[in-house]
Design a protein around this ligand. Structure first.
Ligand SMILES: Nc1ncnc2c1ncn2[C@@H]1O[C@H](COP(=O)(O)OP(=O)(O)OP(=O)(O)O)[C@@H](O)[C@H]1O
Ligand SMILES: [Mg+2]
Length: 484
């Protein structure tokens, strides 16, 4: 009975969730074998419908839930990917930043060492000029005194010391440069004969020059020095032979890369020196540009080679990069700003000036040993010499001696008043009196400015003959009325 009643109630066959079986049991228990009265059929049908609706609602909710869950999962996955990308970007930025900071620390360190080295070299140059000068005076006198040999040795040692101070000055970027527009390819070709001899026959030497590169503006001698130092290092890294390749190319530096290298963005000429030698560990690479850093046996290297290279390249507005793995050779890349090729200008032949003279020369130098030496050299060669130990004393002498002073020979870096400041005052009072500077270095823009206006500069340490030649040139270059 219950079955029949229920069959009526179920209508179009519903009951997927087992509710009707449970209801049947309940009805059977309640009404016994007779089953529920027929009058209950509509109610049962109603219950069946409700259950059916509930089933549909449940299925709908389930679908909605599944859809929401899938959407959420997709969202989470997408978000995870985005987060990972952001994370990766952040890691990259942090690494870049660390690299820039390390670069900055390194260049600050090099700057500090450079200042120290430059200061020491500057003072040494004054002393060396005196040592070289006095030994030359001694050697100029004909004599068969056996002590003459000792003087020659002193002179040799002083020359070696002078070359050391030159390297230190180069590192500290305080060397006076004579930049010119250069073709790096041509320079490499010209240098290659000498380099071949220098590196020896156990090393295969190659040039890989890109003929389309532009020119650079640099000091020829210094650029040769750079390539030579790199080639010598490459040779030393290949004691049992290998390949040395000098190559050229061009590269564009974007803002970021340029900042990392401490240069301006733009187009650069690249000169690479590549060897197949012993290579370097990262620890060695971190220190190679420091002056006096060397891994060579005592007496084999001073550790100034790469310091010099670094100084020259930086002073020329360029950058240097090294790529090396221990046991797998090394590549050094020099980047120099590309400039337009200049039209060739014929250098006027320099007439050989006469040594000595009878004019009155005012010498301004704060280092007593050097001042005395110069006075001696000049007076021995016929000049009348006035001495001042600083700019104020010099101005006083110019005013007091009036027309007599024919030229001023002045140090550049002095207490109270610098050489260029003195020169300006002298120019105001006596525009006809030329000023000849003596200096071991310059990072002083005033001197550079004067240099561009054609002021002569004598590089310390100089020999007495250098001094006499330069002074004569300056005196002879005066307008005729003044020289008369
Ligand atoms: N091409 C290279 N391959 C392997 N190591 C190199 C190379 N160039 C330089 N180095 C390392 O860098 C160090 C410093 O080089 P740097 O030229 O400044 O000094 P040096 O060659 O040791 O001495 P100096 O050049 O003053 O005679 C070297 O001692 C060496 O360890
Ligand atoms: Mg070296």
């Amino acid at each position: 009975m219950a079955d029949e009643c229920l069959a009526d109630a179920k209508g179009a066959g519903v009951g997927t969730t087992g509710w009707h079986e449970r209801l049947l049991e309940q009805l059977a228990r309640h009404f016994g074998p007779a089953g529920p009265p027929r009058a209950l059929a509509p109610l049962l049908a109603e219950i069946d419908r409700s259950y059916r609706d509930a089933d549909e609602e449940r299925a709908r909710l389930k679908a909605a839930y599944t859809e929401a869950r899938d959407a959420l999962q997709r969202g989470v996955e997408e978000r995870t990917v985005a987060l990972e990308q952001a994370n990766e970007e952040l890691r990259r930025q942090m690494a870049d930043r660390e690299q820039v900071e390390a670069q900055l620390r390194q260049s600050q360190r090099m700057e500090a060492i450079g200042q120290l080295a430059g200061g020491v070299a500057h003072d040494f140059n004054n002393l060396l000029t005196a040592i070289v000068g006095y030994t030359e005076l001694l050697l100029a006198k004909p004599s068969d005194d056996p002590a003459r040999r000792h003087v020659t040795e002193i002179r040799r040692a002083a020359d070696r010391a002078a070359s050391l101070t030159r390297q230190l000055l180069a590192f500290s970027r305080r060397q006076l440069m004579t930049p010119e527009v250069l073709d790096v390819n041509q320079l490499a070709v010209e240098l290659s004969r000498m380099l071949r001899r220098l590196i020896g026959e156990h090393i295969v030497f190659n040039l890989q020059l890109d003929a389309t590169i532009g020119a650079v503006r640099a000091d020829r001698t210094q650029l040769e020095q750079v390539l030579m130092n790199l080639a010598v290092n490459a040779r030393d890294a290949m004691p049992t032979g290998g390949h040395l390749t000098i190559g050229t190319s061009e590269v564009d530096l974007d803002e970021f890369t340029a900042a990392r290298r401490g240069v301006a963005p733009g187009r650069y000429v690249v000169a690479t020196v590549r060897d197949t030698g012993i290579g370097m560990s990262p620890q060695t690479q971190a220190r190679i540009f420091e002056p006096f850093f060397t891994t060579k046996e005592p007496g084999q290297g001073t550790g100034l080679g790469l310091a010099t290279v670094y100084g020259i390249v930086r002073q020329s507005g360029g950058a240097i990069a090294v790529d090396s793995t221990l046991g797998h050779g090394a590549t050094f890349a020099i980047l120099l700003p590309r400039v337009a090729h200049a039209a060739a200008v014929a250098e006027p032949a320099e007439p050989r000036p006469a040594i000595g003279g009878t004019e009155t020369v005012l010498v301004v130098e704060d280092e007593p040993a050097l001042r005395d030496l110069i006075a001696r050299v000049l007076s021995e060669n016929g000049y009348t010499v006035l001495l001042a130990e600083n700019g104020l004393g010099a101005l006083h002498a110019v005013r007091a001696e009036g027309a007599k002073v024919a030229a001023v020979l002045s140090d550049v870096v002095m207490p109270l008043m610098s050489g260029p400041q003195l020169a300006e005052q002298v120019r105001e009072e006596r525009p006809d009196v030329p000023v000849l500077f003596m200096t071991g270095y310059t990072d002083d823009s005033a001197v550079v400015c004067d240099l561009e206006r054609g002021v002569r500069v004598l590089h310390k340490p100089f020999t007495p003959s250098d001094l006499l030649v330069a002074l004569r040139e300056v005196l002879d270059a005066r307008p005729q009325s003044a020289a008369a």
